[in-house]
Ligand binder design. Structure first.
Ligand code: FAD
Length: 610
């Protein structure tokens, strides 16, 4: 079969979009196969991007040359930097998007990308020859030849919606599920499991009594997600806060015997961190109220999303329960909440490149790997495409380490941990949080940006300039003395080193514009800020780098592909079993797999030394 395409991307969700764009931009003939091209980049659940740790992922996607940050800046209707009162490590941007503008933006970019074809079709079968991808068969029988396939089917694989005792085969409400691929892969020996997630009702704006709700506005001085966005003046459309009450909880509790979650109709596990409302009242039964955020789905939207009220209870119960909330007594429902169950492939079956271990040229990215979230999906889509292109070009995979990026944490976790619930990124999953700040994605990933080849020369030059200026400024901050009566209006009796004032927190972020204006006018805003953070947290950052160094020796100890762990003597039974299952690529990765003990690691090290 003639290889018409280099790369086939199945699925036009958040993983598929980034994968297809990256592959085509890197010069590979790419086809994006999607059941409904009009639904490309659709936000299945709430119309928001970013948030804790997810905002970090979006920044990393942006510096590596992905599109999500730009699309968010172009379509956002409210922007907030979360956790601003806490330490830098956990600041994270979040935006409320106009979901139609977001889709339109992405679909336009895709349309205008040379070398990228969109094919409307339902991929039902992978075409294989000697364990290698040769193409895809569509439901209508058409064959699409290609040498690499990136599967990004999201929640569509044998998707099934639950509302009370009603079950509807679907990938999302009103969209057909994907049937064929997971059965084929199962037959080929892949392990396939079920997960579930859920979405709340959408109600009309006119039925909400805003007068009794709390307003939640965005930042008055919003910051963009993308380093490329200039002249940023987005809308600041508020969201609103409501609370459930004991009456709401009583209504929900009275119907638990009609909930598919509790009657056993749903086999898949849902996200613990994002539970349905019925799950919340069971697990946190002592709580008298839960927050509900009311969010517009687009600018001028008549349809509002009830964040926090995800449910699969029967329709009558969802309606009664929501109408018991103050401010929502007259709620008119446009869409009812539902849960969705779908197939996923436990991620021990992929390598760090996101290529499957069993089939050459087959990559998995997004929800199909057991993750949840647009940002997690987009990050994987981008990395899968980068590595697929590199495999065509005979280059080694490009994967940041855990201390370099949240993307590194995500991929390492996927390859070393077993997920029994949807995996979502949190700052707490990163052990080197202070190194992985939202504000320094461009500096910590600079070498990867160069190697990835997706970023413009001009942008790389800007990043390099910031890095060089930051280095100079760090030294200058130690050498500069601030005098009494200084223009920063810091009260001082005697001269003091600038670095000392920063560490003692007498000088904080609010002083930076004046600091730059009066002391370092020739340096960029970004560099002045970066040097400030590095000075403020110097001790902690140094300590984290020392930990990284200690771990590096283990990370660098490569485990040969195909090593027969049966032949390694003295491993514990569980350790051996896990090594065979995960086939880690380094000792560092092996050490993070649950069930592999420090003693197993020693045994392995000695074996490799021999
Ligand atoms: C009801 C619901 C609620 C959710 N709630 C949350 C939440 O609360 N929090 C959260 O973080 N995430 C939630 N998610 C998950 C979030 O939507 C996903 O994590 C994210 O969209 C995954 O991106 P993806 O690219 O992997 O897949 P999706 O965005 O699901 O996109 C999959 C794409 O693949 C296409 N496709 C599938 N199969 C085929 C095929 N065989 N042939 C061609 N095209 C195909 C589909 O048409 C679609 O375009 C929810 C999802 C749903 C459906």
């Amino acid at each position: 079969m003639k290889n018409a395409y280099d790369i086939l991307v199945v699925g036009g969700g958040h993983a598929g979009v980034e994968a297809a764009l990256a592959a085509a931009r890197l010069g590979k003939r790419t086809a994006l196969i999607s059941i409904d091209p009009g639904a490309i980049a659709r936000m299945s659940c709430n119309p928001s991007i970013g948030g804790l740790a997810k905002g970090h992922l979006v920044r990393e996607i942006d510096v590596l040359g992905g599109e999500m940050a730009k699309a968010t800046d172009a379509s956002g209707i409210q922007f907030k930097l979360l956790n601003r009162s806490k330490g830098r490590a956990v600041w994270s941007p979040r935006a409320q998007a106009d979901k139609f503008r977001y889709e339109d933006y992405m679909q336009r970019v895709i349309k205008n990308t040379p070398g990228l074809d969109v094919i409307a079709g339902d991929a039902t079968e992978l075409l294989l020859k000697a364990n290698r991808i040769t193409g895809i068969r569509l439901r209508d029988g058409a064959l699409v030849p290609g040498r690499i396939c990136i599967l990004t089917n999201g929640t569509f694989l044998r998707g099934k919606i639950h509302i009370g005792d009603i079950q509807i085969p679907a990938g999302r409400y009103g969209e057909l599920p994907s049937i064929g691929i997971s059965d084929q892969l199962k037959a080929l020996g892949f392990s396939v499991k079920r997960l579930k997630t859920g979405t709340p009702s959408r109600i009309t704006k006119r039925s909400i009594d805003f007068d009794v709700l709390e307003i939640q506005a965005g930042d008055p001085d919003p910051l963009p997600f993308s380093y490329a966005t200039k002249n940023f003046h987005p809308k600041n459309i508020p969201c609103w806060l409501a609370y459930t009450n004991t009456q709401t909880h009583d209504i929900l509790r009275s119907a638990l015997d009609r909930s598919p979650l509790y009657t056993g109709k749903i086999e898949g596990t849902g996200p613990r961190y994002c539970p349905s409302i019925e799950d919340k009242i069971v697990r946190f039964s002592d709580k008298a109220a839960h927050q509900l955020f009311l969010e517009p789905e687009w600018e001028g939207s008549s349809q509002w999303y009830v964040n926090g009220f995800s449910s699969s209870l029967p329709v009558d119960i969802q309606i009664r329960a929501l109408r018991s909330v103050r401010g929502l007594e007259r709620a008119e429902f446009i869409k009812i909440g539902y849960a969705i169950e779908y197939d996923y492939f436990p991620s021990h079956q992929i390598r760090r490149s996101l290529e499957t271990k069993e089939i050459h040229g087959l990559y998995f990215a997004g929800q199909i790997n057991g993750t949840s979230g647009y940002e997690e999906a987009a990050a994987q889509g981008l990395m899968a495409a980068l590595n697929a292109v590199r495999s065509i070009e005979d280059k080694t995979p490009l994967v940041p380490e855990r201390h370099e990026a949240y993307i590194g944490v995500l991929i390492d976790d996927l390859c070393s941990k077993e997920t029994s619930e949807p995996y979502r990124m949190f700052t707490s999953l990163a052990e080197y949080r202070l190194l992985l700040r939202w504000d320094n994605a461009h500096l910590r990933l600079l070498e990867y940006v160069r190697e990835a080849g997706l970023q413009s020369a001009e942008m790389i030059e800007t990043f390099e300039k910031t890095r060089n200026e930051t280095r100079v400024l760090e030294k200058k901050y130690s050498a500069t003395r601030i005098l009494p009566g200084n223009p920063l209006q810091i009260p001082l009796d005697q001269p003091s080193a600038l670095s000392l004032l920063i560490r003692r927190q007498e000088l904080d972020e609010r002083h930076l514009p004046l600091l730059r204006e009066h002391y370092f006018p020739e340096y960029g805003v970004d560099a002045v800020d970066q040097a400030f953070v590095l000075t403020r947290y110097e001790g902690y950052i140094d300590r984290q780098f020392k930990q990284v160094e200690k771990m590096r020796q283990l990370e660098n100890r490569h485990i040969p592909t195909g090593l027969d762990f049966h032949r390694v003597p003295s491993l514990s039974n569980e350790g051996r079993e896990k090594l065979i299952k995960f086939r880690p690529e380094s000792i560092g990765q092996a050490s993070r797999i649950r069930g592999i003990s420090p003693a197993d690691i020693q045994v392995l090290l000695i074996y490799l030394q021999k």
